[in-house]
Design a binder for this molecule. Structure first.
Ligand code: SF4
Length: 940
C-alpha cells in the first residue's frame, strides 16, 4: 500500500497588496504591513525594516483588523436630542456639525477666548492641537499628561534634560544589569520585550521593582515587591549605601553635573540656596587646577567637588556637600526604611552591592575618541553597564515627582546616563529646561495666545497667574498649588469648570478622553457635574463638543459629536516636533495614511480642526485675505513650517534629498509611504554617547534641525528653580504664595530629591484603610481602547480584584467569592482572585476593563458591563477633610499629577450581588449593538 502525502499550501496567498503604515494599538508606534484583499484588511504583520519593532508584532497589533471592523465605530456627526447622559442623538451632516461648533466658538473668540477649554486625551498630535489652541487664543489647552505621567517627564527634564519612555532607553546591547520600577506592560511594549530578550540572551540580570509580579516583573531574575508609594525611600536608601561605600562616579559628577556648582550657604541671605553666578548668569565652580572660581563651562577647567568659596562675606558650598550631608544621613539607612518599604535591609544592601559591582567592576571602555563642550578630547568612552527604566507606577503618587528625581539622582551618581551600557537619550532629547518654553497664558479677544501653553517654569515669575493673582487657566496649572505642572491638569478641568473656579467657561472641547468613565477620578461625581443645571435650567457647562472614533461612555455627555476615523483610515504624523519614534542612535519619525477608505461619514479629527480653523479664520491657518493655508491634515503635515525649513516631518525635505532642514516637499508623504511610512537618520558613531556634552552630537543636532545652536549643559542634581519657590514661600520676592500653601511649598519643593509619605496616608485613618489599591494596564489592551475589539476582549472581558495570600486566607476567601472594597470616598463590590506574587498589603486589578451598559456596542450582559469594574469610584480628586477647613488636591503638589496610586482601602467578604457594584443606568447607544458572532471572509 502506498500513502500519498496531503498537499498543503504552507504559504497561502493572503493578500493582493501590502500597505505599510504605523500601528496605533498602543503608543509604541511599531511599523506594520497591512495586507489587503479586495480593498479590505486581511491580515497585519510587523514590518521587518522598521526601527521600532524590526518585524515584531504583539497581540494588540495583529488585532488591529478588529479595530477597523468594530461595530462600536461612530458612523456620522451627532447632535444631542435628549438630556445629557441619555445617549439620544440624531445624525447630522458635517456642514451642520461644523456650523454648530463655529456658532459656539466664534463668539467666544471675539469676546473672551479663555471661555473655551480644549483638552485632548491620548492622541499623538500635540504639536498640532496646541498650535490650533494657541491660534484660537485660549490659555486652556493641554493633553492627558497631567493624569498620566507628568511626574516622570517633568522630573527627567528638570534633572537631566530627558526621561524614560520615548525620551530614552537602556543601552540594550551593552547593559549588564537592568532595573525596572513601576513599569506596566502596555506602554513601550514591543521595544521592552525585544530588549529584555536581548538581555536574557546575553545573560544580563534583570531586577523588577513593583508591588505586583506580572508582565516584565514575572520574567525578572529578582523581584522586589515594594509597598506602593515608597519607591523614593528605597531608591534613596540605595543612594545612601552607594555613597557610604564610595561607589559613585566622582569624575562624571565633576565634569557633567552641577555637583561642583557653588550654592549660597547663608541662611540669612535672600539668595540662600541659589547658585553663585558670573555677570553672564553662568553658575560658578572652583577650578581644581587653579583653585579659582570659573564659569562651569570654561575651557580647560576641572571642576572641584569639595572646595568652598567666600564671596562678599558669604560662604558658598558645592552642591556635592549638600548631597553628602543629605543622603549619608541615617534616616536613609536600610534598617530605617525597611519596614516602610516592605523590603528587608539585607535585600536593600544586596541590590546596592550588585549595582556597585556591575557599575564599577564591570565597567566598559569603547575606543571612540570624542571632544567635550570644554574642548577636552577623550580617547575613549567609559561605560557603567547598569540601566534603569521606570514608568507610571512610581510617578502616579503625590510624592511621584521627587521619587522620579531620586531615581535620576541614583542614575547620575553612578555615572550611568548617556554612557555605554547605561541609559541613553533618544533625539530630540537631550534637551535642557533652558531649551523649552515657559508657559504662556495671556489671551485677548480675536488674538492668538502670546506663546505656547505648556512649558517649564524657571521660578515664580513664570506662573500662569492673572494680575490679581488668580489662576489664568481653568485647570489651575502653573499656580502655587502645583507650580511645575508642565502637562496641565486635565483631571481638574471638569470639576473646576463646574465650580466656576477660577472662572466659568462656555465650551468644553475634548478629544479621545473618556472623562465620564475611566479617565476621571470620582466618576459618579463627574457625571453629575456634566449634567448639572443652573437655576435657569441651563447646563452649568453650557456646551460640550467631543471627538472619538468609538461609542465610548463620554459620547453620551456631549452635545455635539465629531466622529473620528480609526488609525488605518487617516493621516497622522509621528513628528520630531512632538513624540517621534527615535532610537538612541538615530532620529526617526513616521506617518500613518489611509490604507482603508472609511465606510462611514467620519473625518480625521485633525482635519476637522483645520476645517474649523478655516471657518473661524484663525491666524496660523489662514492668510491675511482669509484664505486657507491648509486643505486638510495631510496638507498641513507637508506644508507647515514651525520655523523656516523645519516642519512636522524630517525626511525627504526640499527636493527630496534634504534631512531635518529644507523647504516643504509636495512629494514628502508619497516618499514616506514608499519608504515604509518612516524615515530614519542615524547619528554618526562618535556622536552616539555623551550627547549633552559631546560636540559631535551637538553639531549633528544643529544640522538636523533639533537645535538652532549647540546647547551643551550639565545635569541638575540640584534644581535651582525649585529653591526659588521655597524662597518665595519663606517670604522673599514680589510674587508671594497664599499663606496656606507656604508650608507645603517649603517642604515639597526641595531642590534635592526627598521622600515624604503619600498625602492620602496623612488624610485618612490608616488603620481603617490598611491596604493599598492599584490598577495596572494589561499587555493585551492599551487603556480602554481594546474593549470594542472582538479578539482582545476575549482575553480581558472582566477583571477580578487580586488579593495577596495572607489577606486571602485571613478573610477565608475561595474561588468565586466577592468582596466589598471601601475607601474614604466610596465603595465597590467586585469579584476577587488570589495572587501569591503580590505585596502583602496591596490589592490590584486591571485598568479600564469595566464598561457602562449601552456603550462600546456591547450587549447589556457583556462581562465588561456585569463583572467588570473600575477603581475610579473609590478615588476623589480632592483628599478627605483633615480638620484644617480645606480640601487638598489628590495630586502631586509640584506637578499636579493625579495621585491615582495613593489609594487606600479595606475589604470585606460579601454575598455575591447579581452584578459588580455600583451599577449605572444603561445609556442609549448611538450605534447598533454588535452581532453575537463576527464572521466574514476577505477576498472570497
Ligand atoms: S507594541 Fe503597540 S504599536 Fe507595537 S504592534 Fe503592539 S500594539 Fe502595535
Amino acid at each position: 500500500m502506498t500513502y500519498q502525502q496531503p498537499q498543503i499550501d504552507t504559504s497561502p496567498h493572503v493578500s493582493d497588496e501590502v500597505r505599510k503604515t504605523t500601528c496605533y494599538m498602543c503608543a509604541c508606534r511599531c511599523g506594520i504591513n497591512v495586507h489587503m484583499k479586495d480593498g479590505k484588511v486581511a491580515y497585519i504583520e510587523g514590518n521587518r525594516d522598521h526601527p521600532v519593532n524590526k518585524g515584531v508584532l504583539c497581540a494588540k497589533g495583529s488585532a488591529g483588523i478588529m479595530q477597523v471592523n468594530a461595530p462600536s465605530r461612530l458612523r456620522a456627526p451627532l447632535k444631542r436630542v435628549g438630556p445629557r447622559g441619555s445617549g439620544a442623538f440624531e445624525e447630522i451632516s458635517w456642514d451642520e456639525a461644523l456650523q454648530i461648533a463655529c456658532d459656539w466658538l466664534k463668539p467666544i473668540r471675539e469676546t473672551d477666548p479663555s471661555k473655551l477649554a480644549f483638552f485632548t486625551g491620548r492622541d499623538q498630535s500635540q504639536s498640532f492641537t496646541s498650535f490650533w489652541a494657541q491660534n484660537f487664543g485660549t490659555p486652556n489647552y493641554a493633553a492627558h499628561g497631567g493624569f498620566c505621567s507628568v511626574n516622570m517627564a517633568a522630573a527627567g527634564i528638570y534633572t537631566m534634560g530627558g526621561s524614560f519612555w520615548e525620551f530614552g532607553q537602556p543601552d540594550w546591547d551593552l547593559t549588564r544589569l537592568f532595573l525596572l520600577f513601576g513599569v506596566a506592560e502596555d506602554h513601550d511594549s514591543n521595544p521592552i520585550k525585544m530588549g529584555i530578550g536581548r538581555l536574557k540572551a546575553r545573560g544580563a540580570r534583570i531586577i523588577g521593582v513593583n508591588p505586583i509580579r506580572s508582565g516584565y516583573n514575572a520574567v525578572a531574575d529578582d523581584w522586589v515587591g515594594i509597598t506602593p508609594g515608597t519607591d523614593g525611600l528605597f531608591i534613596l536608601s540605595l543612594v545612601h549605601e552607594l555613597m557610604r561605600a564610595g561607589k559613585i562616579d566622582l569624575d562624571y559628577l565633576a565634569r557633567y553635573t552641577n555637583a561642583p556648582v557653588l550654592v549660597n550657604a547663608d541662611p540669612a541671605s535672600p539668595e540662600h540656596g541659589l547658585f553663585l553666578r558670573n555677570t553672564d548668569g553662568k553658575p560658578i565652580v572652583i577650578d581644581r587646577n587653579t583653585g579659582q572660581p570659573a564659569a562651569f563651562d570654561t575651557a580647560g577647567i576641572f571642576p572641584d567637588l569639595s572646595a568652598t568659596h567666600e564671596q562678599d562675606g558669604i560662604t558658598h558650598r558645592p552642591v556635592m556637600h549638600l548631597i553628602a550631608e543629605r543622603y549619608l544621613d541615617p534616616q536613609y539607612a536600610p534598617e530605617a526604611v525597611s519596614e516602610r518599604c516592605g523590603i528587608t535591609p539585607d535585600k536593600i544592601r544586596r541590590i546596592a552591592a550588585e549595582i556597585a559591582r556591575v557599575a564599577f567592576d564591570e565597567a566598559i571602555t569603547l575606543d571612540h575618541a570624542w571632544t567635550d563642550f570644554r574642548g577636552e578630547t577623550h580617547k575613549t568612552m567609559t561605560g557603567r553597564p547598569v540601566s534603569f527604566h521606570a514608568m507610571r507606577g512610581i510617578s502616579a503618587h503625590s510624592n511621584g515627582f521627587q521619587t522620579c528625581r531620586a531615581l535620576h539622582l541614583l542614575q547620575i551618581l553612578l555615572g550611568t546616563v548617556e554612557v555605554p551600557g547605561g541609559f541613553r537619550f533618544k533625539p530630540p532629547y537631550p534637551k535642557p529646561v533652558s531649551a523649552h518654553p515657559t508657559p504662556h497664558c495671556h489671551s485677548k479677544p480675536n488674538c492668538a495666545l502670546d506663546g505656547p501653553h505648556l512649558g517649564f517654569v524657571r521660578g515664580p515669575e513664570d506662573l500662569a497667574l492673572r494680575d490679581d493673582g488668580r489662576p489664568a487657566r481653568i485647570d489651575k496649572a502653573f499656580t502655587w498649588e502645583n507650580p511645575m505642572s508642565s502637562h496641565g491638569l486635565m483631571h481638574m478641568v471638569i470639576s473646576n469648570a463646574h465650580a466656576g473656579d477660577p472662572y466659568k467657561i462656555d465650551t468644553l472641547f475634548l478629544y479621545m478622553a473618556n472623562m465620564s468613565w475611566n479617565s476621571s477620578m470620582n466618576t459618579r461625581g463627574v457625571i453629575d457635574m456634566l449634567t448639572d443645571k443652573d437655576e435657569a435650567g441651563n447646563y452649568v457647562i453650557p456646551h460640550i463638543i467631543y471627538s472619538d472614533a468609538y461609542s465610548s461612555e463620554m459620547v453620551a455627555y456631549a452635545d455635539l459629536i465629531l466622529p473620528d476615523t480609526t488609525y488605518l483610515e487617516r493621516h497622522d504624523c509621528i513628528s520630531m516636533l512632538d513624540r517621534p519614534i527615535c532610537e538612541a542612535d538615530a532620529a526617526a519619525d513616521a506617518i500613518r495614511w489611509p490604507v482603508v477608505t472609511p465606510d462611514r461619514d467620519v473625518r480625521g479629527f485633525q482635519t476637522v480642526l483645520i476645517q474649523l480653523a478655516n471657518k473661524l479664520a484663525l491666524p496660523g491657518f489662514t492668510t491675511a485675505d482669509g484664505s486657507a493655508r491648509y486643505a486638510d491634515y495631510a496638507d498641513y503635515i507637508v506644508s507647515h513650517e514651525r520655523k523656516p525649513g523645519i516642519g512636522p516631518l524630517m525626511g525627504f525635505r526640499g527636493d527630496g534629498t534634504e534631512t531635518g532642514r529644507g523647504a516643504p516637499n509636495p512629494e514628502q508623504l508619497q516618499r514616506y509611504i514608499e519608504n515604509g511610512s518612516f524615515f530614519i537618520n542615524h547619528i554618526p558613531e562618535g556622536a552616539q554617547y555623551y550627547k549633552p556634552w559631546n560636540s559631535a552630537y551637538q553639531d549633528w543636532a544643529v544640522a538636523t534641525g533639533l537645535y538652532d545652536t549647540p546647547q551643551p549643559y550639565v545635569f541638575d542634581l540640584y534644581v535651582e528653580p525649585m529653591r526659588k519657590f521655597q524662597l518665595a514661600a519663606e517670604g522673599h520676592g514680589d510674587r508671594q504664595p497664599p499663606d496656606h500653601l507656604r508650608a507645603q511649598i517649603k517642604t515639597t519643593m526641595d531642590p534635592l530629591p526627598i521622600w515624604y509619605p503619600p498625602f492620602e496616608d496623612a488624610a485618612i485613618d490608616a488603620a481603617q484603610y490598611p491596604l493599598h489599591a492599584l490598577t495596572q494596564r494589561p499587555m493585551a489592551m492599551y487603556h480602554s481602547w481594546g474593549t470594542q475589539n472582538a479578539w482582545l476582549r476575549q482575553i480581558h472581558g472582566h477583571n477580578p480584584l487580586y488579593l495577596p495570600t495572607g489577606l486571602w486566607q485571613r478573610h477565608g476567601f475561595a474561588d468565586g467569592d466577592w468582596a466589598r472594597v471601601t475607601s474614604a470616598h466610596g465603595a465597590i463590590t467586585v469579584p476577587v482572585a488570589h495572587m501569591a506574587a503580590l505585596n502583602e498589603n496591596t490589592v490590584w486589578t486591571w485598568n479600564a476593563i469595566g464598561k457602562r451598559k449601552g456603550t462600546w456596542a456591547l450587549s447589556a450582559d457583556a462581562p465588561e458591563a456585569t463583572r467588570g469594574f473600575l477603581l475610579n469610584h473609590l478615588i476623589h480628586e480632592l483628599l478627605p477633610e483633615k480638620g484644617d477647613g480645606l480640601r487638598w488636591s489628590n495630586s502631586d503638589p509640584i506637578t499636579g499629577q493625579a495621585a491615582w496610586f495613593d489609594l487606600r482601602v479595606r475589604i470585606e467578604k460579601t454575598t455575591p450581588p447579581a452584578e459588580a457594584q455600583p451599577t449605572f443606568d444603561p445609556i442609549k447607544s448611538p450605534v447598533r449593538q454588535g452581532p453575537e458572532t463576527l464572521r466574514w471572509s476577505v477576498g472570497k
